[in-house]
Design a protein around this ligand. Sequence first.
Ligand SMILES: [Zn+2]
Ligand SMILES: [Zn+2]
Length: 1003
Amino acid sequence: MLFMEKDNDSTEKTPLLEFASREEGILSFWRKNSIFQKSLNQRRDAQPFIFYEGPPTANGRPGIHHILARSFKDLVCRYKTMRGFLVERKAGWDTHGLPVEIEVEKQLGFKNKGDINKYGVEKFNEKAKSSVWRYKKEWEEITERMGFWIDMDHPYITLSADYIESVWWLLKQAAQKNLIAKVRRVLPYCPRCGTPLSGHEVSLGYEKVQDPSLFIKFQITNPQSKILHQYKTQNKKCRINLLVWTTTPWTLPANVAIAVRSNLNYKIWQAGDEILVSYNTPPEKDNVSVKMIGKIAGKDLEGEHYQPLYQYPLDDSGKGKKVYEVVSAKFISLEEGTGLVHIAPAFGEDDRILREEKDLAFIQNIDTNGCFLNNPTGITNVKGLFFKEADPIIFADLEKRNLLYQGDLKGTVHDYPFCWRCETPLIYYSQEAWVIKMSKLRSALLENNKKINWIPAHIKGGRFGQWLEDVKDWTISRKRYWGTPLPIWECPQCGHYEVIGSLQELKSKASNPSLVPPRNKKGEIDLHRPYVDNIKMKCPHCGAEMSRVEEVLDCWFDSGSMPYCQWHWPFAQSSDLNLSVKESIKSIPFPADFICEAVDQTRGWFYTLLAIATILDIGPAYKNAICLGLILDDKGEKMSKSRGNIVLPMDIIGSFGVDSLRWYFYTMNAPGEEKRFSQKDLLSSQRRFLNILWNVLNFYTTYAYQEEENSDISLTVLDKWILAQLEETKEKMTKHLDHYSIQEAGRELENFADNLSRWYLRRSRKVFQKREDEKQWKDSSFVLRKILREVSLLLAPFCPFFSEMVWQTVRNTNDTLSVHLTDWPVLEKKYRDKDLLVTMDRIKDFATQALRLRQEKGMKVRQPLSSLRIKATEEKLKGKRVLMNLLKEEINVKKVIFSPQLEKQVEIDFTLTPVLIREGIRREFVHKVQMLRQKEGLIPSDRIELFVKGEAQLLKVLQKQPAELREDLRAEKIKFLLPEEQILSGRTVKINDKQLIIGMNKI
Ligand SMILES: [Zn+2]
Ligand SMILES: [Zn+2]
């Protein structure tokens, strides 16, 4: 066999492996025999292992990162099934929210919400509902093709009425705990989508950008000013300025105050002919020398007035409030800037709170589309501009008016949030929104996080734990159309509101109960807008008509609700809705034993699952979570359409087969690390493992006796060793997989395959290929068959197709139909042999080093040499004569000599005697003939006759060893021809650069 030889004179040859097409054959075998169904059915009464599927959105194409996560999900579910658990796998679809709406808007060519309102909510939502399934078929195809076993026939769907009713019920639980509130806050807001976003959505969309950096001079004006008094006297013309740093010049027209820290000592600087107040040294500037000339306490700055940069006429609500004044605040950071902070309460949450504390005026000069409402005094051309577009205009204006101390339009590089769906820059914007007060649940969240086993472990206290430490209230309302309608009815008169938790409750409170449940035009129950909006209630306090608030729910609440809503909990389980949550939760699978997604979900699905379970006060929603690193391209860049470096999963699967891809994902690095996807690495991973196993399987079908095992077999030392090796592999893999250490488990199996191919089979050549001893051949064949059966079991969770292929080749008649209906292999103590493993490792070490010496010397492996010295005592390896023979054969030396005094580990005598040279030529010739036999498709028992002609010296050497040649080649006849004789269809080979022509007949 090719793979058995380290053949220096042939380039690396990979047998053409039609993995992909074989996999498709196996798929139809599974389908035809309902293997997935059977694997579940045979565990019906077993203990469940609970898995939750994070729902993908089917209006986007499946990407390579989905294959990554699904490979890990599938592996764990298959492993646990083999370990005896019932592992139900219900698929799910995420069908609501901005991702869907934006696709429809693109289709219809809409620019903003105004277009949707004109088009009509009903028609828009109909479009959204059908667009949800745009790539469903692709998803189903790739799910099946990659061997991800999940029940796609009964998925949960977040747009279904049952699902929505359960979501309402969850919101009602939050309301009953006073966790839902309507607030006015400065929240991240997408001006294109016209809606606030939650903190975890914002965290999905940060990008590094170059933004302006401006040091601005606010001139002190009030006549009573202490600084003015003290420093003005020195120089009558001198201006005194508060120095303020900002990266958002567009917010300056809405400035109403400057904040300082009262307990801080600020410094007064002479900069040219101006005086500046700043805690930190002002930045350098050409031709201006800056020196400190005094200090002033923050509290002495309070109450100073300054000349506003811009002004808008204040409306009535602003009259009598403080404006353009220095006030104190606690939140001021000193790491950047000057310690003096510009305050615009419309655009910062700290600013908004400070406004309430200090009774400041309020300026809102940006509309809900993110554009300037009016021009402030002094500027004529910002009205109607998108907020960021005003930056250069304001910059230039300040510069012109000598109000800019120093600045650069691209002076700072920082992370700025963009809308995670439409990529519009977000604006922090003062608005009303519905929130769940997660900040009240901080300690409960942290407590629940302690109970989760994170893989990798650092997620717990790191990325996820940190997120929980600074948890913010969850903005759940979206001023949008396609989503779970917020089940909140509000009174326009007195502000009273009710959160509705079921259709039953809705019917009992509606003033038009005949509209409950709401139905669409087709007469189907449909809880979406606009149908639900027709239902009204009477305010129990003032009697006015209450309407549903217009907002829909954050779609991340939908996906975080799947543990409950996928079962229409609690409605489908019991008619008694008054059961306590703790009691009622027992009727559904909760919590998950295992979930798995990529690291971007720490603030997405991982978080919302935990948040909702914490609201319900039922512990964490999952016990073990694998958090995968993101996939990047081979240069470490994010994959994106614009970069053109996206890898299409079906292309990869079509060329390499999905098992190669899965194996690559499992073993390339630890699950949590970044994955740089490279086809080259994928190929070398395939070569390192699946190709080796493929060759072993071929070896088995070519050379092994293929009957089922009988009793009373005698084992060679190699048989014993490989069985002991297998036991160790089984034990380690089981331990690793029980701890979700998937990479480690995979590497054990890879090692085993290497040992199997490169040592066991390589050194068992006499047994299998030469078949010197018929009984031993059969016995070792049983061993090889047993090994392959167990390897296919160990491989089954990783590479479901390849393992099936192996199983179908080696399974016994009373074995299960598919490898995926078997149990995980049990440990067999009788095969353990630690001593043998240790000794063999030593022998293999000697072999590796000796082969390296041969290679360095440029000495072909087939050239026999006289002796190998090893640094070992005979006593230590006593009784291991068989093992010494293995070493002799591997190194191709006539004898092994023990030399305890040797300096190096091994030493080879490279002297070539004529006898050795002759044998080398013969071995080389035998090898060429074997390659020809393979090319002709001959099996070992086939007999041949040979015709040889060519270089005279070579022929002479070969002619001298007729008996050895016949023995080596299983040849009946070897005929050496004269130069003038002809060979029909002979092949030319080269030995030591000399030519021979070999002809071969099967007889
Ligand atoms: Zn947006
Ligand atoms: Zn009322």
